[in-house]
Design a protein around this ligand. Sequence first.
Ligand code: GDP
Ligand code: MG
Length: 437
Amino acid sequence: SLGDKLQDTIGKLRGKGKVTEQDVDEAMREVKLALLEADVNFKVVKSFVKKVKERSLGSDVMESLTPGQQVIKIVMEELSALMGDNAEKIDFSKNPTVILMTGLQGAGKTTTTAKLARLLKKQNKRPLLVACDVYRPAAIKQLEVLASQVQVPVFAQGTDEDPVAIARRGVEHAKANGNDVVIIDTAGRLHVDEALMDEIKGIKEATAPTEILLVLDAMTGQDAVKVAQAFNDALSITGVVLTKLDGDARGGAALSIRSVTDVPIKFIALGEKLDALEVFHPDRMAKRILGMGDVVGLIEKAEEFVDEKKAKELEEKIRSQTFTFDDFLDQMQQMRNLGPLEDLLGMLPGMNNKAMKNLKIDEKEFARVEAIIQSMTKKERTHPEIIDSSRKKRIAQGSGTDVRQVNGLLKQFKELRKMMKKLGAMNGGKGKRKMKM
Ligand code: GDP
Ligand code: MG
């Protein structure tokens, strides 16, 4: 993946006491290839490499004590700059705030509409969804089903009405019912065409949206960039939502879109589940690409569910590496609300698929794990290394399990602690960390 390639190249520079112009040239050649392979726009790559080179060869870098590290920092900063540097927020200055969702068919508009509603609801907004994809009866139903899962109302008028009229009435309905945000789900086409653009333009005119969010499938690589250009030319979009970043998207789209279209990525979607939408942070994405993990993102995700105090405690435990079986149990209980555990673990640095499999916790196993932990003494929970075979036997008996199962859990816990240790070492830690992109 792009991440792996860049990490390899960058890894060579890390810790170099002296960096020559040739080292930088070589590294940049590899970075260039990796970016091109990842489907990053050619012009973007060229100017990126030029900038990094210029900065890297500056005397302040070359004469510093850690030139390798400095070059890495520059690569990270420039990657981040490519994507816009700062997280872009939704503009809520108007009431109701109208958000128009647009994009090609299958990009994830309807799913993202529901995800966004969920996110905004958490910020104490009262969103109304408007069903303007009238070409397939199933589309309205889909929106209604998703909306009911996040407990948000839908304004729909069947498939016989004109989408522009529905959108206009939807906004009126929101005003009359105290909804401060209106999210309009629209129809897409398989490709950009005039009829699609005319319809969206009509909806735009009728509803004066503060945000026009283009939903783009990250898996489509360079095509996504072309689509972004076409939609921006026709509609002046205000932001992009990049979906399906959980798949093996090559990541190039994220790096190209901003610099090619000058439109910020505002959100990224990392899964089909309705909690899989995040505010896009360019610096975190850059770190992620370079394999430094998204610790802040992880902690924020935890905070969304866990109350703030508990999240702080967890953060502290991760940092001080005093994670115990009691915390493990506590986390497991909370993680059940966090969606698939793998999603969460995927955000940790140092995770690869193999480790992920070992850590996979089956919902059904939960009760058993709970029983095992509860059969441990207080001391065993904080110092699991004292659990010898006679203790294992006692724990197995107490929990109605067998020693094999106790061993399994101990192994899982050990893995988790190892990961926590890596996380704790994030601040100032050394060494190469891999991260799935
Ligand atoms: P629309 O045609 O643009 O409205 O697209 P939909 O919202 O119906 O989504 C199309 C398909 O993509 C559905 O199967 C979604 O579950 C799936 N999908 C949407 N977002 C994501 C994502 O972030 N990750 C993954 N893996 N699937 C997604
Ligand atoms: Mg749809």
